[in-house]
Design a protein around this ligand. Structure first.
Ligand code: AMP
Length: 426
């Protein structure tokens, strides 16, 4: 039987991993720039964590989780998103007690959702995300948004829009929830089955429905902004004022509610019309979640964060990424004695920090030169019987095409001198 990767998963092959590393490096550089440190949490957690944190009524929890029993019958789930595990780690490791009250962390790695695979949707996909925990301030909301905007700009994405909205605090949400129920009550039987359940449990999520999104009552739905408490309103107004001051363009989108239960106050999404992604694609989004840490048994702790789908960032990065660094030396032995010597030289060069490889297929010169070319080798080192006898190697610089005989004991010195005179090499 021929094995296939499970539906909705993909192999990242050596030809693509260089571009992934480039993306990861770019994201790590931006994180360092923002003083955000990496956190790594488990790929699976107790199922209860996601039920609690993400919410039973969300699609992610009710339909999309990869849940299994371990050998002791405990229910485990492959993480469908990153925030819940980080909030759990924050509580468990008492990060709220750290001298720095604002803990800024980032993560990148695989997430798992049982969705119908289609263009841009996988069952195993990758997210890059940032969480800022410990301080309830519109300045931190804006720092988060700035970082998200910096990422898409650094990738060269065009026509990006920052959409923002506020869900307010608990009191605002309660008032808004009632207004939404009153609004949709007369047309309840025209909505999909899921929305009828949402109507009772979490009417906010009706606005997020993909099935009913064109229902006429969607457009006339009440807006969160009209149900805010003074406090929530002041928070949102400050967010907008800060974005204005920093000259960051944004659109207030009253129907933006985000899929997960834990959000409060500011929510945002980055939407791109870049032709590479297709019009109106959401590249990532996030928001504030002031109740989450407390919900998981920690002290009352505000938080704000965002997540990007890395597959989408990869598309945004395009195909014109720079080729990976070539090898310093490709060794081309001709004959078995030459091969023994090649192995010794290769080991010595690697120990000296040079990137190096050799032919292991006993090919003729032509085939070996092709490999040197494919690996973008700076030098081809040719070793035949004659070179073995004379205790020398033949060094061909593939840039200048110069070829010189170099005594074995001078190889390292020769390469170093050559690089010193060649400022293009770095
Ligand atoms: P969410 O956690 O649902 O807000 O998703 C954040 C981002 O992750 C989305 O904007 C997408 O870019 C990406 N994403 C979510 N689900 C998938 C999936 N099944 N496949 C690929 N990317 C995804």
């Amino acid at each position: 039987m021929a094995y296939k990767a499970p539906r909705g998963t993909v192999d990242i092959l050596p030809a693509q991993s260089g571009k992934w590393q480039e993306l990861e490096q770019l994201l790590r550089t931006i994180c360092a720039n923002y003083n955000v440190k990496e956190i790594r949490t488990p790929i699976f957690e107790h199922t209860e964590l996601f039920n609690r944190a993400v919410g039973d009524t969300t699609d992610v929890v009710s339909k999309e989780m990869y849940t299994f029993e371990d050998r002791k019958g405990r229910s485990m789930t492959l993480r469908p998103e990153g925030t819940a595990g980080i909030a759990r780690a924050y509580v468990e490791n008492k990060l709220y007690g750290m001298p720095e009250k604002l803990q800024k962390v980032y993560y990148m790695g695989p997430m798992f959702r049982y969705e119908r695979p289609q263009n841009g949707r996988q069952r195993e996909f990758h997210q890059f995300g940032v969480e800022m925990l410990g301080v309830e301030s519109p300045y931190v909301d804006v720092e988060c948004m700035l970082m998200a905007v910096t990422v898409v700009k650094a990738l060269g994405l065009k026509n990006i829009q920052l959409h923002i909205n506020t869900l307010g605090d608990q009191e605002s949400r309660d008032a808004y929830r009632e207004a939404l129920q009153n609004h949709f009550q007369p047309v309840l039987n025209e909505l999909c089955h899921d929305c009828q359940v949402r109507y009772e449990k979490n009417p906010l999520r009706i606005l997020d429905c993909k099935v009913d999104k064109n229902h006429p009552m969607m457009k006339t739905a009440p807006k969160t902004i009209d149900y805010l408490t003074d406090n929530a309103k002041a928070h949102f107004e400050k967010v907008c004022a800060l974005l204005d001051d920093l000259e960051i363009d944004y659109v207030v989108d009253p129907n933006l509610v985000r899929g997960l239960d834990y959000y409060s106050h500011t929510v945002f999404e980055i939407i791109s019309d870049d032709p590479k992604l297709g019009a109106g694609s959401t590249v990532g989004g996030g928001g504030r979640y002031n109740g989450l840490v407390e919900e998981l048994g920690g002290p009352q702790t505000p938080g704000v964060g965002f997540a990007f789908g890395m597959e989408r960032l990869m598309i945004a990065l395009g195909d014109d990424h720079k080729d990976e660094e070539g090898l310093d030396v490709y060794i081309m032995p001709l004959g078995s004695e030459a091969k023994d010597l090649a192995m010794q030289i290769m080991t010595m060069l690697r120990a000296n920090g040079f990137t190096c490889d050799m032919d292991q297929c006993d090919r003729g010169l032509k085939g070996q030169f092709k490999s040197a070319d494919r690996f973008h080798a700076h030098f081809s080192m040719i070793i035949g019987d004659e070179e073995v006898q004379k205790e020398v190697v033949n060094m061909k610089c593939n840039h200048t095409k110069e070829q010189v005989e170099v005594p074995l004991e001078n190889i390292v010195e020769f390469i170093e001198n050559h690089y010193e005179g060649d400022h293009d090499h770095e």
